[in-house]
Design a protein around this ligand. Structure first.
Ligand SMILES: Cc1cc2nc3c(=O)[nH]c(=O)nc-3n(C[C@H](O)[C@H](O)[C@H](O)COP(=O)(O)OP(=O)(O)OC[C@H]3O[C@@H](n4cnc5c(N)ncnc54)[C@H](O)[C@@H]3O)c2cc1C
Length: 427
């Protein structure tokens, strides 16, 4: 580290008197472990990560559908998603692990939305200028590639399905390099890479309280009674983030709601087609193949009753509701009528934390000195994690590193005005 970098480090992490470590990160999900790795690969700061779970990926990350795509409304978010996708696509180089568990499977992503060709041309220009490879496909192009699909763009009213009249779209956006990674594997890889860089990562230890002194956060109290003093606490507790913020009296500006999201896993026959990731504008659900090619994962339509707010992230129903499974299968049948239904259907549920105001996260210093936040990622935290880790690590250390996104570190600052979104879960 150069002398000026060292000065910046001490400016960002104003050390509490006799700290045990410089930074404590609460939560070793994909976000906490990405932040830890990104700090460690660019500084000598002493980082401790604690997670109350017995191992990685037991929270949001383990349930993630793990789609990486870059079509966002805000250009900076496009660039953030793109740089993060590059990290996932070059995972061994990014993590420095010779044989990481995760790798990237490029599937392409088709957006079946109601857009005019002029609107798509503007979107395509915006995405291209931020590095993303996209094509505008005509209905014929799409059906030549995937004849099993139907290209209806009329929203489905699930209260009056019998009245639904299909209306076919003419042009569609296709993100060529969109794909999926292995969420639990990527999380474990980041933990391994962090440890290699000297981070102390401890599972099975929860944070019971945030310790403050004269209005400043100076450490955490662990659930075994130990106190760890530090210069900075980072809240990366996923759906539990509100609990940590409440301990410190922080973050009352944004409404962050842990939300139960329902997934249906449907068996896939040997002879079934290799479909692209499909974002379904008729239902705001989405579908993607599992990496094994033996199942397709269906995310339920975005209907409020299927996306239940959850007060206690330790207590929610893991099995999807029958009504939701039926509606999700029907929505998929509507989108892919050329695919026969074979074999068994199962499902699961996970929690993600919706930022009710703009579906974008809060990243950076809270209003309480010594507490930084990486909260409220809605359905975007997996794909953005490498870049989010970089933004926070860069702000803390002042040091750049390969794969860093070209976006301001305060893009998701707590005092920002809500960012633009194209609406709903797709931001
Ligand atoms: C069904 C579903 C589908 C999704 N699909 C996508 C997708 O396709 N693409 C995408 O980009 N994103 C997707 N997401 C969102 C993405 O998975 C999340 O945004 C991301 O995983 C959040 O990571 P995290 O590290 O913040 O949270 P988590 O993975 O939940 O990690 C938080 C950690 O904090 C720990 N913790 C909590 N409280 C304490 C405490 N008091 N002390 C110590 N540790 C604590 C927990 O044990 C947990 O391990 C999806 C999420 C779900 C649920």
């Amino acid at each position: 580290m150069t002398e000026s970098e060292e000065v910046r480090n001490t400016q960002a992490v104003r050390l509490a008197s006799e700290p045990d470590v410089d930074v404590v990160i609460v939560g070793a999900g994909i976000i906490g472990s990405a932040i830890a790795y990104q700090i460690a690969r660019r500084s000598q700061l002493r980082v401790l990560v604690v997670d109350k779970a017995p191992g990685p990926a037991t929270g949001s990350t383990g349930a993630s559908v793990a789609i990486s795509r870059c079509r966002y409304t805000v250009p900076e978010v496009v660039r953030l998603a793109y740089r993060s996708q590059l990290a996932y696509r070059s995972w061994s180089d990014f993590t420095g692990l010779r044989e990481p568990i995760s790798n990237y499977t490029q599937l392409g992503a088709l957006w079946v939305f109601d857009r005019t060709v002029d609107q798509l041309a503007a979107e395509s220009k915006r995405l291209h200028s931020n590095g993303v490879a996209v094509e505008i496909l005509s209905a014929k192009d799409v059906l030549d590639r995937w004849p099993e699909l139907d290209l209806c763009i009329e929203p489905i009213d699930f209260g009056a399905v019998a009245k639904h009249q299909c209306r076919q779209g003419e042009f569609f956006l296709y993100e060529v390099e969109a794909g999926i990674a292995d969420p639990a594997g990527a999380n474990a890889d980041l933990v391994a890479a962090s440890k290699r860089e000297g981070v102390d990562v401890r599972f099975g230890i929860g944070v019971a309280d945030v310790v403050t002194d004269k209005g400043r956060v100076v450490g955490v109290r662990l659930d075994n009674g130990d106190e760890v003093r530090c210069g900075l606490v980072v809240n990366a507790a996923g759906p539990w983030c509100n609990q940590i913020n409440q301990m410190a009296g922080a973050q009352k500006r944004w409404t962050l709601t842990p939300t139960r999201v329902q997934l249906v896993l449907r068996e896939w026959g040997d002879t079934d087609p290799r479909l692209p990731i499909t974002f379904d504008g008729s239902t705001d659900g989405c579908y993607r193949m599992e990496r094994s090619g033996e199942q397709i994962l269906l995310v339920s339509p975005e209907i409020p009753s299927f996306m239940e707010a959850t007060k206690n992230p330790d207590d929610f129903r893991i099995s999807p509701d029958r009504e939701c499974v039926e509606a999700t299968l029907a929505a998929f049948q509507h989108r892919a009528p050329g695919v026969r239904h074979v074999g068994t259907t199962t499902g699961t549920c996970g929690l993600y934390t919706i930022n009710e105001q703009d579906s974008h996260p809060i990243v950076g210093p809270s209003e309480i000195e010594g507490l930084w936040l990486a909260n409220g990622f809605s359905g975007h935290g997996f794909k953005l994690a490498p870049g989010i880790g970089a933004m926070m690590a860069r702000a803390i250390t002042g040091v750049e590193a390969p794969y860093d996104p070209d976006v301001p570190d305060d893009l998701f600052a707590i005092d920002r005005t809500p960012l633009a979104t194209s609406g709903g879960v797709f931001a």
